[in-house]
Ligand binder design. Structure first.
Ligand code: M6R
Length: 612
């Protein structure tokens, strides 16, 4: 939530910052701003709307400065407006700050500062922090680094901040706690950002700042210390990401590109991890916890949104293959319950971004209570992999569309591998069955490729449903989480209200909604619940609902009942989510396009939810 970019070096900062902010817009896009330090002045520009609106608003202004900070916002405290957009300045205009996160105790801090005469221009928590820093700077007669450090010891909450000082254009300060921050190390220049995407084209050498660390760049030198004043040795890593991964590669939208990348991303996710002929799964990142997995009494999966849906698929697969009881929890609820967790529990945290605040809090809670925590994350170097004991990266590559697509299928792939790995450890599946399953799994990327051929059919159906105000998605077994995911995709990008239900639950309430206007999307592939789902479709048709069915290639029975069918290739039931999700992603995409929605940046959302 919120993206920040900073630059200090010999180049003009504006272009670097604006380009970087555009790459980070997935993190928030309700307003943007930049502050540039030029000849002992801070010029700052802020605008409600996208980074391109800021660019237009600043055209013709003085955009010079070799030190600068920028921000693209997802509002938490204070409505989206020019006034509340970052950067925020100290009262005397000497300091500027950009901030990602929430200062939870901003209320008492603001009261205290107001009582001492501070006047605030915005409704944000961030402005309180820059006033506090300025106050300490004046009162304590110290330098900026020390003032920032002291201020941060008084702050409760999460932050990634950048601070500049017009009296010291050669200095830039960055600090983080609970929100990500990467420092790109160039030749006498530094690029700082919420993730590596704004940095990659300038340098591959990066430092992932750790929680409670402050980076002080001064005249080309970098010093890192903790908030407790302990100097740290910077650990420089090489970025593995490719620049092309951050571009649309000829597609109209990132979402469409990411949908089409799924054969590749699923293949990358399995690479080096499956040995079909031997019936063996190898997961290096959790190998150390093999005994724990073998003896686990229970697995608890914690996640949010799409990742939670992947967790539900994991529940089916782990229980089916490894016979370990699984509970799937919304991280946001789990963290505020008093859950019963023992040392024999394994908690699997799933997160594309690796930064979701609720998921991180759930991990901390389970860790305190002695559970073993395993992570399934996509973003390498993000916070969750650092919080967990072990884990498996999904290797889906950067996902930029706010609606999660390839990350979901990669998470499901990893969960499938974990289920088989646990089965292998516990001896709950015969070796021959493992060989059979892994042989089919290896084929899934090719089947996903075939499934993508339904693009035209989904376009056609999208035109038929685009004016609907509601939609229902139904599925049974592993088809149920697919239905939930289909509904979430449709509502988040097309703004059509959509609900996912287990097909048999429909008659316990939602059936009352069905009329000739209501699209009902049913996962009706040929698997163990096929006959039951056919009955559910009949119930919908009897009430004149419009049925869109996802069916197995060559199906005739459902075709005879449904208004529209989309065929997917036949595969083992366990792998159904990897195929059946694809047409639902495409259906949402085309429906949203026809409704004129911003597919990659739907309203009110952000890709990485770093606030509760
Ligand atoms: O990064 P995470 O996987 O932890 O994010 C969780 C949710 O915010 C995310 O899946 C969200 O629901 C997606 N935008 C849905 O497409």
């Amino acid at each position: 939530m919120c993206g920040i970019v900073g630059y200090i070096g010999q180049r003009e900062a504006w272009q670097i910052i604006v380009k970087g902010l555009k790459r980070l817009e997935y993190r928030g896009y309700d307003s943007a701003g930049v502050a540039l330090v030029d000849q002992q002045h801070i010029n700052h520009y802020k605008k409600t709307g996208k980074v391109s609106d800021l660019e237009a608003a600043a055209a013709g202004a003085n955009l010079q400065g070799r030190t600068g900070i920028g921000h693209t916002r997802w509002a938490t405290h204070g409505e989206p407006s020019d006034r509340n957009a970052h950067p925020h300045l100290s009262e005397d205009g000497r300091l500027a700050i950009v901030h990602n996160g929430i200062i939870e105790n901003y209320g008492p801090l603001k009261e205290e500062l107001s009582s001492r005469g501070h006047v605030f221009q915005s409704d944000t928590d961030t402005e309180v922090l820059i006033h506090l820093i300025a106050d300490i700077l004046a009162e304590e007669k110290t330098d900026l680094l020390e003032a920032v450090r002291i201020a941060l010891t008084q702050v409760i909450g999460a932050y990634a901040i950048l601070v500049t000082d017009r009296e010291h254009p050669e200095q830039l300060i960055a600090a983080r706690k609970g929100s990500p921050m990467v420092i790109g190390v160039g030749n006498g220049e530094y690029f700082i950002a919420s993730d590596a995407s704004p940095i990659i084209e300038y340098t591959r050498n990066v430092i992932y700042l750790k929680d409670r660390e402050i980076a002080f760049i001064n005249g080309g030198e970098l010093l890192i210390k903790t908030i407790d004043n302990e100097v740290q040795t910077p650990y420089i890593q090489k970025l593995e990401m490719q620049l092309e991964m951050l571009e649309k590669a000829g597609y109209d939208h990132f979402m469409l590109k990411e949908i089409h990348e799924q054969p590749r991303s699923i293949r990358d996710c399995m690479r080096g991890r499956i040995y079909p002929q031997e019936g063996k799964v190898q997961l290096g990142g959790i190998k150390e916890y093999a005994d724990k997995l073998r003896n686990a009494e229970r697995i608890i999966i914690v996640a949010c949104g799409t990742s939670w849906h992947a967790g539900l698929v994991g529940e089916y697969l782990i229980e089916e293959f490894a016979r370990i009881p699984v509970g799937v929890e919304y991280a946001s609820e789990f963290r505020y319950r008093n859950p019963i967790i023992t040392e024999r529990d394994i908690v699997i945290a799933i997160s594309q971004s690796g930064e979701t605040a609720d998921t991180m809090a759930a991990i901390e809670l389970a860790k305190e209570r002695g559970a073993t925590i395993l992570g399934i994350c996509n973003v390498v170097g993000s916070s969750i992999p650092r919080l967990t004991h072990g884990g498996v990266y999904t290797h889906a590559g950067p996902e930029i569309g706010v609606a999660s697509t390839k990350a979901f299928t990669a998470q499901v792939t990893v969960l499938t591998l974990i289920a088989m790995y646990a089965a292998q450890l516990r001896g709950t599946l015969a070796q021959s069955k493992l060989v059979e399953l892994l042989t089919s799994l290896e084929d899934i990327p090719t089947l996903v490729e075939k499934t993508l051929a339904c693009d035209q059919a989904t376009q056609y159906i999208a035109a038929e449903i685009k004016d609907a105000t509601n939609a229902i998605f139904l599925g049974r077994g592993v088809g149920f989480p697919v239905a939930l995911e289909g509904a979430l995709k449709l509502k988040e990008i097309s703004y059509i209200h959509a609900e996912g239900y287990p097909a048999a639950e429909m008659k316990h309430g939602p059936i009352a909604l069905i009329d000739e206007e209501m699209p009902v999307v049913v996962i009706a592939t040929q698997n163990s619940s096929y006959e039951k789902v056919i009955s559910n479709i009949q119930e919908v048709k009897a009430r004149k609902g419009r049925v869109i069915a996802i069916v197995t290639e060559g199906d005739t029975a459902v075709r005879a009942l449904a208004d529209y069918v989309i065929e997917i290739p036949d595969a083992d039931e366990a792998f159904l989510p990897l195929l059946a999700t694809i047409p639902l992603q495409l259906l949402s995409y085309h429906t949203a396009l026809l409704r004129g929605c911003n597919v990659d940046q739907p309203r009110n959302l952000a890709k990485s939810v770093t606030v509760e």
